[in-house]
Design a protein around this ligand. Structure first.
Ligand code: SF4
Length: 348
């Protein structure tokens, strides 16, 4: 679904988030940790993009840089037609209500000294001139929306369970009627038994309120049910971005293939076809990534070109973007020589 102007609601272009490294007594700038190094994607209005990868791959940093919780090093983040990445601070303050975040650890993200009413109405204090009663009415409305009993309005965070605390976090994120929400591992800190409830709540709210989500998670099975499209990240870059159904049925990038080989496959036909791929070696440091493809130090299909030339993220099939020399861009003439060589190598 496109928004009224026929655009995706969110467009990220070449987003970079580098953290400087200073060393020695003179604190000289000796390098950068390239946590996010040129990430691009779009999210259509009312849809969910899943962002997955191992911990440390930069996926949470993408979410924070998009909402300017970090100052991006470079790139554009266009949300509803406006570039958030380059916006002056006053314009950003006005834009904040439309883009919000649900954090991983509800325990850590809620002030233990504030009641539920105070926590949920905090964004209303900042962005509206409503009376106390108007704010309380909105708090009740939000409690109904996220399934919290109105009797709990004056309770403190420690009086709630983990699942209820995450519902408070969601109510706070919804207070100003946002259009876009970054859900940063919102179920990772919860018991398995209540993870599904929170995911169902997020899905219901999306349907009722027309929300657009970036859903960041290392839980690939959960993302499969929530997201229409999924981006797989490795060492600060996107390795593959595909419709969820295609990615889970037939991952193209060797890293996506390895990551998904560890996920339980409910379809017995696909499960029988799937081989578990165990990757060797460690993820390189984002302060010193490989010169060519980021994945070349661990890729089972590595070729000479991979060690020197960084592959671009290109469309290799309709709707499927892959950053790998094995795949020619859609529309390029013939199959890539590299692919042919690799296939021959595999069958020898
Ligand atoms: Fe593997 Fe080369 Fe593809 Fe990188 S570009 S994923 S090293 S085959």
């Amino acid at each position: 679904m496109l928004d009224a102007a026929g655009r995706p609601l969110v467009q990220v272009e070449n987003l970079k988030m580098h953290f400087p490294i200073y060393t020695g007594i003179f604190r000289r700038h000796t390098g950068d940790v390239k946590a996010v190094d040129g990430v691009s994607f779009q999210i259509m209005a009312g849809q969910t993009l899943g962002l997955v990868g191992e911990s440390g791959c930069g996926k949470s940093t993408v979410g924070r840089a998009m909402l300017r919780l970090y100052e991006p090093t470079a790139g554009r983040v266009v949300i509803d037609g406006e570039d958030v990445a380059s916006m002056p601070s006053e314009a950003l303050r006005k834009k904040r209500p439309t883009m919000q975040m649900v954090f991983q650890d509800p325990q850590a993200s809620l002030n233990p000294r504030m009641t539920l009413a105070e926590i949920v109405s905090e964004p209303l204090d900042e962005h509206t001139d409503w009376t106390r009663d108007q704010k309380l009415e909105r708090v009740y409305e939000l409690m109904d929306q996220v399934g919290l009993n109105r009797r709990f309005v004056n309770r403190f965070p420690h009086e709630f369970s983990g699942g209820q605390r995450q519902r408070i976090g969601i109510a706070r994120a919804l207070a100003l009627k946002p259009r876009f929400i970054v859900c940063d591992e919102p179920i990772a800190a919860l018991d398995v038994s209540i993870q599904a409830q929170v995911v169902n709540l997020l899905e219901d709210l999306q349907e009722k309120l027309g929300l657009t989500y970036l859903f960041i998670s290392h839980d690939l099975s959960m993302v499969r049910h929530l997201a229409q499209r999924v981006a797989v990240m490795y060492l600060g870059r996107i390795a593959e971005l595909s419709p969820s159904r295609d990615l889970y049925a037939r991952p193209l990038h060797p890293y996506a293939e390895a990551l998904l080989s560890a996920v339980n496959e409910p379809d017995p036909v696909l499960a029988a076809r799937r081989k578990r791929i165990i990757l060797k070696g460690d993820v390189p440091s984002p302060a010193n990534p490989p010169q060519g493809c980021n994945f070349c130090t661990r890729c089972p299909k590595v070729m000479d070109i991979c060690k020197t030339v960084k592959p671009d993220l290109v469309e290799v099939e309709p709707g499927r973007m892959v950053a790998c020399h094995l795949y020619p861009a859609a529309g390029s003439t013939g199959a890539s020589e590299a692919y042919e060589r690799n296939q021959q190598g595999e069958t020898q």
